[in-house]
Design a protein around this ligand. Structure first.
Ligand SMILES: *Cc1c(COP(=O)(O)O)cnc(C)c1O
Length: 362
């Protein structure tokens, strides 16, 4: 058996212990004589899996009782439509901060549902910085305010969130959920596609304050109302059952590892390994993003803006079993995705590779 160090941005690396546990239960889950993939979503065995996934998230993130936790399909991208459909209010625009590709995509979808206002944008600086201070202008009349907490493609991250007062704050936390402690009560809604930090693709976790889910018109398609999934506890239709099982295993693994604060420390350690090498390379490796806004999850870097050298880097890295380091096609260069479930050991191997590569190709 071969395992590589997986730096893909999503779907992304899962802990070996979680994969082995799933493997050991794959054919006969808990004496049911069936795989989780074959279990009825209405069976007591699956209800127990749903409890484990939901309660694990509730414990790890300290989610208050007046918030619902639901699992839906359609990827994180469907939330770009479900959020304004459900939380929007007629005649009141939502405010959105543009910090990169994913928040711009959200903005496009908001505009299809109703109006939307840009409360700040980093576009002039190619999104290498998160707008701050006077560059953020939230309206007290907005139906909600929206941010993307970690910009997967550009490599920036909000480290502290704006205070939007009585206006509910909504965050796309797909690429950094549970990477650092957050106070859920400061948010109206948080969503995250599972495939970066929580498990396989197919399930999206939505954490929503229950009163906000009641804003939605019942004219919205039943499947697109949060209310439906809250009322039926994610069992209105057949949910993404196997991904939900994997999320249960991942959250239980994270708890065993010490929970969100321990994972956060480890994330800082992993990111430091790479940024230190970049900063000490005398301009050989370049981090294009503003230092204060550097992501702990997606480390974007270049080699002297030399594409030929960058191609050599990713090819030789792949030969050394360091896989998926190509930057997004819109940004170029390299990107090491080092989410919650990436190991320190894997990142150390990349750090060593970077040091060696510079020595040989300096
Ligand atoms: C990957 C990603 C998405 C899109 O997720 P899908 O599940 O593919 O729709 C949305 N937002 C962010 C921040 C992402 O990183």
């Amino acid at each position: 058996m071969k395992r590589v160090v997986n730096f893909y941005p999503g779907p992304a690396a899962l802990p070996l212990a979680v994969l082995e546990k799933a493997q050991s239960e794959l054919i006969d889950y808990a004496g049911s004589g069936m795989s989780v993939m074959e279990l009825s979503h209405r069976s007591p065995e699956f209800e127990a899996i749903l409890d484990r996934a939901e309660n694990g998230l509730r414990r790890l993130m300290n989610i208050p009782a007046d918030y619902a936790v639901i699992f839906v399909g359609g990827g994180a991208s469907l939330q770009f439509s479900m959020v304004p459909m459900n939380i929007g209010v007629a005649g009141k625009s939502p405010d959105l901060v543009q910090t990169g590709t994913w928040s711009k995509k959200a903005f496009t979808e908001f505009k299809k549902v109703g109006d939307a206002r840009v409360a700040g944008t980093g576009e002039a600086g190619k999104f290498m910085e998160i707008p701050k201070g006077a560059d953020l202008q939230f309206s007290p009349d907005a139906s909600f305010a929206y941010v993307c907490s970690n910009n997967t493609i550009e490599g920036t991250q909000w480290r502290s969130y704006p205070n939007t007062g009585a206006v509910p704050l909504v965050a796309d936390m797909t690429s950094d959920i549970m990477s650092q402690p957050v106070d859920v009560s400061k948010f109206g809604l948080i969503f995250a596609g599972a495939q970066k930090n929580l498990g396989p693709a197919g399930a999206t976790v939505v954490i929503v304050r229950k009163d906000l889910a009641e804003r939605a018109s019942d004219k919205i398609a039943t499947m697109l109302q949060y209310r439906t999934h809250i009322k039926e506890r994610s069992l209105y239709n057949t949910p993404p059952s196997f991904p939900m099982y994997m999320i249960a295993l991942v959250v239980e693994w994270m708890e065993k590892e010490g929970g969100v604060s321990a994972i956060h420390k480890r994330n800082e350690q992993k990111a430091k390994l790479l940024y230190d090498i970049i900063d000490a390379s005398g301009g050989y490796y370049l981090s294009p993003v503003d230092k204060a806004d550097r992501s702990l999850m997606n480390v974007v870097f270049r080699i002297k803006n030399d594409e030929a050298l960058e191609k050599k880097f990713t090819a030789e890295a792949a030969n050394a079993d360091l896989i998926g380091l190509e930057g997004h096609r819109s940004v170029g260069g390299m990107r090491a995705s080092i989410y919650n479930l990436q190991t320190v050991d894997g990142v150390s191997r990349l750090a060593q590779f970077m040091t060696d590569f510079r020595r040989k190709n300096g």
